[in-house]
Write a protein that binds this ligand. Sequence first.
Ligand SMILES: [Zn+2]
Length: 290
Amino acid sequence: MNSIFKERKDRLQVFKEYRERLTSKPKNRIENPSTWQCNKCQSEFPYQEIEKNFFVCPHCQHVHALTAIQRIDYLCDKDSFIETFHSVRRLKKSEFPGYEIKIKKLQETTQLSEAVLTGVARIGSYRAALCIMDNRFMMGSMGEVVGEKITRQIEYATRKKLPLIIFSCSGGARMQEGILSLVQMAKTSAALAKHDEEGLLYISYLTHPTTGGVSASFAMLGDIQLSEPQCLIGFAGKRVIQSTVNEKLPDDFQTAEFLEKKGFLDQIVERENMRSTLIQLLKIHERGKK
Ligand SMILES: [Zn+2]
């Protein structure tokens, strides 16, 4: 029991150091860190104002990407997040030219070990297992480590009878890892089937963009499918589909708003309502409550 407790404390410490390193870096493109600029309409705002507005531009309403850590701060009860499976690594080095160097650089700039952060936390006092993808890390693409971390987190949720929430944002399967990326689709889906057999709740929360192999596996298997506004969600690109079916596709094709109209999404949730919506859903299902 003591060793488990110690391990948990260590993981919490790792995560805290992580966060400190991350928040010490400037989060915007402008040199003055107290100012923030929208990359859509170029308006400038005090950093604190945009932070209070959940990184949604007050001028053009563009929903800006959140890092995994920022999402945890907005979503979870204070200091309740404990990271899991931090030390998962690839079994073999990739032979793809320049790939290992790229990964190393990204680990330094993002302070993440890979494109997903997994852990357990309390949300409005309800316990939940979380997977949060971060698109700064190779567009949130899914390789061996991402698939393995997500699978282990799903299995953890099944063992502990916890509700699961996965925030997806991904360019799809990571081509540099070839077939090992593609098997992650079947692996994560199989783990979710077991979670489902136990009658546990899985909320899939889509963010911009969710495409390719991720949208074709765990991201679309939620008991409840939520999305942020203005997201691109789809499998193949619009141009590819258009030339295959030889038909003009609607302007809003593959947007969250279009998918909601067609019944693929249950609800588009404004970012300011993310926490309250999830608390409400967890409350209804109760399973995570201690
Ligand atoms: Zn703007």
